[in-house]
Design a protein around this ligand. Structure first.
Ligand SMILES: Nc1ncnc2c1ncn2[C@@H]1O[C@H](COP(=O)(O)OP(=O)(O)OP(=O)(O)O)[C@@H](O)[C@H]1O
Ligand SMILES: [Mg+2]
Length: 306
């Protein structure tokens, strides 16, 4: 079981992103900090959140972490929960029953904290997966007793949070790298490729001759990361090559990195060196996509299955 530590002490934040490359959500920092606080919550179940207004709920079925997050009507995170689980492989649900039971558990935990029921949520799939897989993702929610209000691709979800008007949003998750190219505030291209944090962990396991889960713990330990950097750099370069191949023809001015794998120090610099495009991590990257999914759980919108 891999538990996430708060990273606020060693913030990845770029405090003021220059405006010449376009606008960005002015509340981004606040929203990401709140997500960090409420999802990595370690209080007792008795510490209730008292909120009676409209809720926006997102469920992110990730390769490494399944996350449920609730936003209030101002799109600020108020509660959430996560679990490390291997029920999704490269973005596709392969342990359907396991996925349902995790979502049920997270739903119960968050309902306990909110003192009210979660009725509906949005969820997401990697760009480009077949329609049957998209439907399966929605069915996990239904199996857990949540109406699936909206299905959205993960890269577009991440871009909903950043609200940039141009650039590339890259989500380097556990299993895959997802990206969305934004022009004039609109997503004009999305892609997904199977390289992510799992590959970093496999490289660490190989280099250190240790089992996968030990390598995962070592890789996410801040005190070990400088020593491991030379081993994982090749995987970072592979991610960068993937990004360059998909986005160079759009001539973007900036890459915005998110996803848990962006927490490995040095990642942004490697992506920038290989692509030649300025690369930033605009705040704690882990929960950008789950928040974006929740932001797309908006009343009155029904699931467009593309
Ligand atoms: N502090 C850290 N340093 C390095 N890597 C980290 C850190 N924290 C988490 N990770 C890695 O981030 C990955 C999980 O990120 P994330 O939650 O974005 O992926 P996911 O959504 O589960 O996967 P995917 O989107 O590919 O389906 C894991 O590989 C994990 O090891
Ligand atoms: Mg993800």
């Amino acid at each position: 079981m891999s538990t996430l530590s708060k990273v606020s002490e060693r913030r990845l934040v770029v405090p003021t992103l220059a405006t010449e490359t376009g606008k960005i959500n002015p509340r981004l920092q606040e929203v990401l900090d709140e997500a960090d606080r409420v999802i990595l919550y370690e209080g007792t179940a008795a510490s209730r959140v008292s909120y009676k207004g409209e809720m926006h709920v997102g469920v992110d079925l990730g390769t490494a972490y399944t996350v449920l997050v609730v936003l209030d009507e101002s799109m600020t995170p108020i509660a959430g929960a996560y679990q490390f689980a291997q029920v999704v492989r490269e973005g596709v649900v392969f342990d359907y029953i396991g996925a349902i039971s995790i979502v049920k558990k997270l739903k119960m935990q968050v309902e306990e904290r909110l003192g009210r029921k979660i009725e509906s949520a949005a969820t997401a799939y990697p760009p480009g997966v077949p329609l049957a897989e998209v439907r399966a993702t929605g069915n996990v929610l239904r199996g857990a007793g949540i109406e699936c209000s909206r299905l959205i691709d993960e890269a577009t979800a991440a871009s909903t949070v950043l609200q940039i008007d141009s650039g590339v949003v890259v989500d380097v998750g556990g299993g895959t790298t997802k990206l969305a190219v934004i022009e004039d505030g609109k997503v004009v291209y999305t892609a997904d490729e199977p390289t992510g944090g799992t590959h970093f962990t496999l490289v660490v396991a190989g280099a250190m001759h240790i089992p996968f889960m030990d390598a995962e713990a070592l890789k996410t330990n801040a005190a070990e990361q400088a020593r491991l950097f030379p081993a994982v750099k090749a995987v970072m370069e592979k991610v960068a090559t993937i990004v360059a191949r998909h986005v160079t023809s759009y001539g973007p001015k900036r890459i915005y990195l998110c996803g848990g794998s962006a927490r490995f120090p040095g990642m942004a610099q490697v992506i920038e060196d290989v692509t030649g495009i300025e690369t930033v991590i605009p705040g704690e990257p882990l929960f950008v996509t789950p928040i974006g999914i929740a932001m797309n759980n908006v009343a009155g919108e029904m699931a467009p299955l593309r």
